[in-house]
Design a protein around this ligand. Structure first.
Ligand SMILES: C[S@@+](CC[C@H](N)C(=O)[O-])C[C@H]1O[C@@H](n2cnc3c(N)ncnc32)[C@H](O)[C@@H]1O
Length: 302
């Protein structure tokens, strides 16, 4: 094989990385070097950490063409996760398309809050040998929460619901690739209606990261966010149009002592906590995320 020294027209991987990084930088991408490494590693099908061993190798023509294409899309402000077609949620790699929200770190924290709370209450262990734990992930998107819950809570059976058939198709691929199709049931519909309609399942927990951005604020968000599905962002006039409807539905669908766990916007926790109390939940608690923002609201059914 010819190397880059023998063929001065062929860039080394190192040169190609620099070129990609510069192009991204010139087009206003903030973490240009980090993203260039992610894109290059993706093209080579290796981990970013392994690029260091390849830096002096010649960049194959097909790989360079593929990288140029990815850089081009990123310069057009497609989110990195959509350009890569995949993203990590905790330790899990998930398929991502333009039809699903890109999982956020706050939602990883929501997952941790759920697991912590269920463990403290002993729900997790006390159910282990008796019956399955019925959980609903309302607005499942990529399926990130449902998959993490089913993976970590071995007795959990999860109903993953979404209004978007396209999102459910991505979720199905992710659930399949994590081998969890037998414990996660996908349902298309509005909030908890598909479950309440069936009238056969009593839930131990309802978990939801529903859209909570105020409609008029969406146009002010970054171009990247605006490439994400409007249906995954839009929470109506005050951001709470879905959450407000979900709370009484969750009360109806939960068994006594069952939990509701909601992720909410930076200024919504107090209002949501009040809604929960007014709908009969007790022990309502607000938890902060790592940035110190009141992000999660938890309640228990009487
Ligand atoms: C903010 S995204 C969250 C996706 C995923 N749970 C996550 O945390 O990454 C909200 C999801 O709720 C779905 N959704 C919006 N309105 C809904 C409704 N009325 N009923 C069910 N799902 C809805 C959207 O299609 C979207 O997939």
């Amino acid at each position: 094989m010819m190397d880059a020294v023998a063929r001065p027209d062929v860039m080394t991987i190192h040169q190609s990385l620099r070129k990609a990084s510069l192009t991204l930088q010139e087009n206003g991408i903030e973490n240009a070097r980090f993203e260039a490494r992610e894109l290059l590693a993706h093209v080579w099908g290796c981990r970013t950490a392994d690029l260091v061993f390849k830096l002096q190798q010649p960049m194959e023509e097909t790989h360079q063409a593929r990288l140029d294409d990815l850089v081009h899309w990123r310069c057009h402000r497609l989110p990195l996760a959509q350009v890569l077609g995949e993203w990590d949620f905790r330790d899990m790699r998930l398929k991502i398309t333009k039809d699903v929200l890109i999982p956020r770190p706050e939602t990883e924290e929501l997952f941790e809050t759920v697991v912590r709370r269920l463990a403290v209450r002993g729900v997790h262990s006390s159910l282990a040998d008796k019956r399955s734990m019925n959980m609903a992930d309302v607005g499942t998107g990529s399926g990130c929460l449902a998959i993490a819950l089913a993976k970590y809570l071995r007795e959990a059976v999860v109903w993953a619901i979404d209004m978007s058939a396209k999102a459910l198709s991505v979720a199905r691929d992710n659930i399949r690739s994590h081998g969890l199709l037998n414990r996660i049931h996908l349902m298309e519909g509005d909030l908890l209606q598909p479950i309440l309609g069936s009238n056969t399942v009593l839930l131990d927990a309802v978990v939801a990261n529903l859209p909570y951005i105020k409609e008029y604020e969406i146009k002010n968000l970054s171009l990247e966010v605006q490439h994400e599905p409007f249906m995954a962002l839009n929470g109506g006039i005050d951001g709470l149009c879905h959450i407000r409807r979900l709370i009484p539905q969750a009360y109806q669908g939960l068994r006594p002592s069952g939990f509701i766990f909601l992720e909410v916007g930076y200024d919504q926790a107090e209002t949501v906590a009040k809604e929960m109390c007014e709908n009969g939940f007790y022990g309502v608690k607000i938890e902060k995320d790592f940035s110190g923002i009141q992000r999660f609201v938890i309640g228990t059914k009487k």
